[in-house]
Design a protein around this ligand. Structure first.
Ligand code: WQD
Length: 342
């Protein structure tokens, strides 16, 4: 069997990727200390797949603990590294927490990759590495501006660390730059579980609609866009997940031309915040209680992807549209509310 280590496997994108890997013939183990995730998400994975997934409850910043996973699993042939903190605002308030956690965990995993000769490595990156682009769509060759936050810096540095380590150790690697992952698995068994008040748009929408939040704010409607609100490229989390499986297939088949290749994961469509809200109201039948507030520090005006490279090289095609994203997110929020009320 092709055994894959998924770090951050109890997270939002990690859990959806585990489902896709298992559905495509891979064997999977997870490593997640649940500092920002809920181990019960793997129960949802089990309901979808019908098998239990082993999670190593370890802090990957502790080298010996990371190393022990590889000693116990010498047959790991690939790693997908999700484990990282990703709250932009928190990173601005506490930069060293982000540099310490996101970079030391990555370095430890790469050291194990070197020592145990793991040939394939997929790195969870982000469109945030582009900073505030001059124009969209952005391609993988678009200029990387100064990151807008320490979180974004850890992704820019992380890409460089992977690239240089892959070069020096003949590791075959792929960097996947997610745009805005949203939505939930169509089964309703797994989805995003924000910790505390959600910073991101879609969980803020669904928590307001279900009544967990009294009201939400639209951060600015005076931007130079179609309706004054910011533009982002929202992409369904299951489409993001499947791209990871295709990236591993690509590396294992040795189709890669260099040992560090980059792919944008976005739909190629930019939607404004107000368009997302209108789409949510349409598919859910819920009128959303929101007000227009001032701009949020650090927000960029707009960005969306040129995803041709992932389409051509990986054979990846996003399957979900914005309505699907809103409906699956809403169904998941309803599921969470029902579980809480039990
Ligand atoms: C989107 C738009 C907000 C909340 C995120 C992650 C980042 C990275 C990229 C993974 C912005 C507006 C939001 C609200 C609002 N992901 N908004 N009211 O900032 O593009 O970045 O995706 O690597 O980690 O933070 O996404 O969902 O926070 O914001 O008006 O209550 O929605 O101003 O224009 P963002 P977001």
């Amino acid at each position: 069997m092709k055994k894959i280590l998924v770090t951050g496997g109890c997270g939002y994108i990690g859990s959806h990727t585990i489902v896709d890997l298992l559905q495509h013939g891979y064997e999977v183990i997870s490593a997640d200390n649940n500092s920002r995730s809920n181990p019960e998400i793997l129960d949802g994975v089990e309901k979808i797949i019908g098998r239990k997934i082993k999670n190593y409850h370890v802090d990957l910043c502790v080298f010996d603990d990371a190393h022990a996973i590889f000693q116990e699993n010498p047959d790991i042939i690939g790693i997908i590294h999700f484990a990282a903190f990703k709250a932009v605002g928190e990173s601005v308030e506490n930069p060293l927490l982000y540099y310490d956690n996101n970079l030391n965990s990555l370095i430890n995993i790469l050291r194990c990759c070197e020592e145990f000769g793991v040939p394939n490595f997929v790195f969870s990156s982000s469109c945030t590495v582009y900073g505030n682009p001059d124009s969209s769509p952005v391609t993988e060759d678009s200029q990387m501006k100064k990151a807008e936050s320490p979180y974004g810096s850890t992704k820019q540095m992380g890409e460089e660390i992977v690239h240089q380590t892959a070069n020096s150790n003949n590791i075959q690697s792929v960097l996947l730059r997610y745009f805005n992952p949203v939505g939930a698995h169509p089964s309703g068994e797994i989805g995003e579980i924000p910790i505390g008040r959600p910073a991101n748009l879609v969980p803020a929408i669904t928590q307001t609609a279900i009544g967990k939040l009294p009201q939400m704010q639209v951060y600015g409607n005076d931007y130079p866009t179609r309706d004054g609100s910011c533009v982002r490229d929202y992409i369904h989390v299951s489409d993001i997940a499947h791209a990871h499986t295709l990236a591993l297939d690509y590396l294992i088949a040795e189709k890669n031309k260099t040992n560090c290749e980059i792919f944008n994961l976005g739909t190629g469509n930019g939607y404004t915040v107000l368009e997302v809200i209108n789409t949510f109201e349409k598919v859910s039948g819920q009128k959303l209680n929101y007000t227009i507030a001032g701009r949020r520090a650090g927000d960029i005006i707009g960005i969306y992807a040129n995803n041709e490279k992932a389409r051509q090289v990986l054979g990846w095609t996003p399957a979900y549209n914005l309505e699907d994203m809103m409906l699956t997110a809403w169904n998941w929020e309803i599921k969470l509310a029902n579980n809480t009320s039990k």
